[in-house]
Design a protein around this ligand. Structure first.
Ligand code: RIB
Ligand code: CA
Length: 334
């Protein structure tokens, strides 16, 4: 008998790769996307929420959007407009139409609490932006750590950082929140830069998305913008740009795309060069005498071909779906 789909809430800061993760979840029948919650991260909360609403509407997704934390618990920083553009979701061509619907009135933190409380052990919380909302959920209701099925997140690294040599952006943006989550006891599955720098979107994949749907194609053009800014910063790479956030969803769809290891993990919050580093203990120890707490399952490698195939199929689906919804929108306006 087919397994029931994964019941998922995506907490995000759209964000180009956030959009790819949302579309992958919306496309695949192994995922039941129950809600999207937004957080300040790649851009202001107003922008990340507006971007989530535009994504949901443009691609015809029947998913409620709840706005969350306006700012990190403590850290303040300038938004990375160089990567995602001033809006947080700039396009290299066709853009998503303005949203006509507003976010839900219920705050993201309360929406997550309500759904987890109503369905203990069934909801997977996917966090692909700073962990501010997740930390507030666990600070307000520590008892829910055992009722969230698992918290699958893009963040941190067991090797290099990106925003600093030591820290990855999602963790660095709110390291205090991440430390609360790492210490909460919730089941954690981590997709850090050590693996997401392997999972890339090549130009050929974007070209395939564009070829699949002639005419206005924001799915292709928005990903083109992201790859362009990445190469402008990191230098051109024939493998394409790292596609971080969709790893979390690809794992829920096909877990064996990734090799995952239980490890001790901690988040550095001291005001120093390592602020926001995820300290993953990779030292080998004889299991019989290993008293360390393995609080995080860390993805260490990926089948990049299977990953790219999944994401490309989802973006092609989205490109066609956009064409259909925009036709409906145009007819409705006539
Ligand atoms: O470091 C990568 C992460 O930062 C991704 O979630 C991307 O969307 C940005 O938020
Ligand atoms: Ca993100």
């Amino acid at each position: 008998m087919a397994e029931a789909p994964e019941r998922v809430i995506i907490d995000c800061d759209p964000g180009h790769d956030d959009m790819a993760a949302i579309l992958l979840a919306a496309w695949h029948d192994r995922i039941r996307l129950e809600a999207i919650t937004t957080v300040c991260g790649n851009a202001s909360l107003a922008n990340t929420t507006n971007n989530a609403l535009r994504i949901v509407e443009a691609f015809g997704l029947d998913v409620p959007v709840h706005a969350g934390a306006v700012q990190p618990l403590l850290h303040r920083y300038d938004f990375p407009a160089a990567f995602h553009g001033p809006s947080g979701l700039d396009s290299a061509g066709a853009d998503l139409p303005p949203a006509t619907r507003a976010a839900q009135g219920q705050h993201a933190v309360d929406a997550i609490i309500e759904r987890v409380e109503a369905h203990p052990g069934e909801i997977t919380l996917v966090v692909i932006g700073p962990m501010t909302n997740a930390a507030l959920v666990l600070a307000k209701r520590p008892d829910l750590a055992g009722k969230i099925k698992r918290l699958v997140f893009m963040g941190g690294s067991s090797t290099e950082g990106n925003v600093t040599p030591a820290a990855e952006f999602n963790i660095w943006a709110d390291a205090e929140a991440a430390r609360i989550v790492f210490r909460s006891g919730v089941k954690l599955v981590m997709f850090g830069l050590n693996v997401t720098h392997q999972t890339r979107l090549a130009q050929a994949a974007i070209d395939a998305v564009r070829a699949a749907q002639p005419g206005p194609n924001p799915a292709a053009d928005i990903m083109q913008f992201y790859c362009g800014t990445y190469h402008a910063f990191a230098g051109a790479d024939p493998r394409g740009a790292p596609l971080h956030d969709p790893c979390t969803i690809a794992y829920l769809i096909e877990p064996d795309i990734f090799a995952v290891e239980p490890r001790p993990g901690e988040v550095i919050v001291a005001d120093c060069e390592s602020y926001g580093q995820t300290l993953i203990d990779l030292r080998p120890q004889d299991r019989k005498h290993d008293t360390r707490t393995m609080n995080v399952d860390v993805a260490m490698s990926a089948d990049t071909t299977r990953f790219t195939d999944l994401v490309t199929q989802a973006l092609i689906w989205a490109a066609k779906r956009y064409a259909t919804t925009s036709k409906t929108r145009t007819q409705g306006a006539a």
